[in-house]
Ligand binder design. Structure first.
Ligand SMILES: [Zn+2]
Length: 99
């Protein structure tokens, strides 16, 4: 598989810290458990033969990356944004309950 060395910060800056799925801002310093936490996502999945190169990655929210419906291929950016917003509400409620 083709591979390049890149960092999350580099991809985030290149993409203007805008999620490739829901097209809303990605906070750089989010808690890793936060659904909005930044992750590098492969546009064509590595298991489907996608390369691990800058051309094939986008900065994304953790939730948008993990959400198999929210990959931007099966729903619109607006729908991905709505799904993320719901995940954030659940996360904040859980975090509030844990205090
Ligand atoms: Zn997103």
């Amino acid at each position: 598989m083709e591979r390049e060395a890149y960092t999350r910060k580099e991809i985030g800056e290149r993409d203007g810290w805008e999620c490739g799925h829901c097209l809303t801002p990605v906070p750089r310093e989010a808690d890793p458990r936060d659904p909005r936490a930044p992750q590098v996502d492969h546009i064509t999945a590595v298991v489907q033969g996608g390369a691990d190169t800058r051309d094939n990655v986008t900065i994304s929210h953790r939730y948008c990356n993990a959400d198999r419906w929210g990959l931007g291929r099966r729903c619109t950016p607006a729908q991905a944004g709505e799904r993320l917003a719901r995940a954030v509400v659940v996360y904040e409620a859980r975090r509030g309950a844990a205090r």
